[in-house]
Design a protein around this ligand. Structure first.
Ligand code: NAP
Length: 291
């Protein structure tokens, strides 16, 4: 692949990420490769912004004319109050990760959730009318459950702490009018529910590097009609995904979600389609992963 020559000049504009910490972010690598390939006169940088400087960081976006800003932990919720416009579902979620500076008007979206949805659709997962079981009720489960909640038949959110699952499920039920329930994650619950489930989503860190021999659900409970989505991207194929493939399930790993949240922001900010294969290969290279 030939990358176009790129030089920062007086006309170069900035896209950026803010968060704390950000040194290990993969976004600059992935974004700059895609921007350069399209010959766009932008550069993407990461700024380490602590919570007491969040308001100043947003003022700087306006003052410096920064065209696009991604927001990561710990600012996804707190930043909302500085926005001029927030898309409806992100407002209900109470979390955003992408800001567009539209001639001084700051507009915000949540492309984490959209990235997961895009990945599921691209992987051929049928969503409409399906029953979905989430393992985990943390940040990722919450945002993906929000975006799926008005598209599927039923969602079951689970957690090793029952009140966490109940509280997220009740919130989504209230905000989205969704058919969703929270349950304690244990073997008995999995045995009782799994046969009615079409889409299984692992949104826990179980199976993530370095504990790659762990899996959140015993292989014998999986059935071939399941679509299994593991949001973990390191390793690229978790033990859960390997066992699900052996049984005959369709599977999807977390890398596409990671890339697609960037793709959606890229399209929104530039109006152009980035090379998602290049973006993916840059993440694989950055993490030193094997395909
Ligand atoms: P999180 O907020 O810590 O959520 C993890 C949740 O899983 C917690 O609620 C935890 O419960 C629960 N849990 C742990 N063990 C469980 C079990 N056996 N059964 C059911 N629930 C269990 O983490 P997160 O930010 O949502 O991230 C989750 C995973 O997503 C991580 O592996 C991360 O690497 C991955 N991730 C992927 C992407 C992507 O783009 N692909 C982006 C971000 C994160 P307790 O809190 O009670 O322990």
């Amino acid at each position: 692949m030939i990358l176009m020559t790129f030089a920062i000049s007086g006309t170069t504009k900035i896209f950026c990420l803010i968060g704390h910490p950000v040194e290990h972010s993969m976004s600059p690598t992935m974004w700059n490769a895609a921007l350069q390939e399209l010959g766009l006169d932008y550069t993407y940088v990461a700024f380490d912004v602590e919570s007491n400087n969040l308001e100043n960081a947003i003022k700087s976006m306006r003052a410096l004319g920064i065209k696009g800003m991604n927001v990561t932990i710990p600012h996804k919720e707190a930043v909302i109050k500085y926005m001029d416009e927030v898309e409806e579902v992100a407002m209900k979620m109470g979390a955003i990760n992408t800001i567009k500076n539209d001639n001084g008007v700051l507009k915000a979206r949540n492309t984490d959730a959209g990235g997961a949805l895009k990945s599921l659709i691209e992987a051929g997962c049928k969503i409409s009318g399906k029953n979905v079981l989430f393992l985990g009720s943390g940040g990722v489960a919450r945002s993906v459950a929000y975006i799926l909640s008005n598209k599927v038949n039923k969602i079951i959110l689970t957690d090793i702490v029952e009140k966490n699952a109940l509280s997220v499920a009740n919130e989504i039920k209230k905000n989205m009018g969704a058919n969703i329930e929270g349950k304690l994650a244990n073997l008995e619950m999995l045995k009782k529910t799994i046969n009615d489930i079409d889409i299984l989503i692992n949104a826990t860190p179980i199976g993530m590097h370095p504990k790659i021999d762990n899996t959140p659900i015993p292989k014998e409970l999986l059935h071939e009609d399941l679509f299994v989505f593991d949001v973990i991207y390191n390793p690229l194929k978790t033990k859960l995904l390997k066992e699900a493939s052996e049984i005959g399930c369709k599977t999807l790993g977390g890398l596409d979600m990671l890339v697609n949240q960037g793709v959606l922001a890229f399209e929104w900010w530039t109006g152009k389609n980035p090379n998602s294969t290049l973006m993916k290969s840059k993440i694989i290279e950055f993490l030193g992963l094997r395909q």
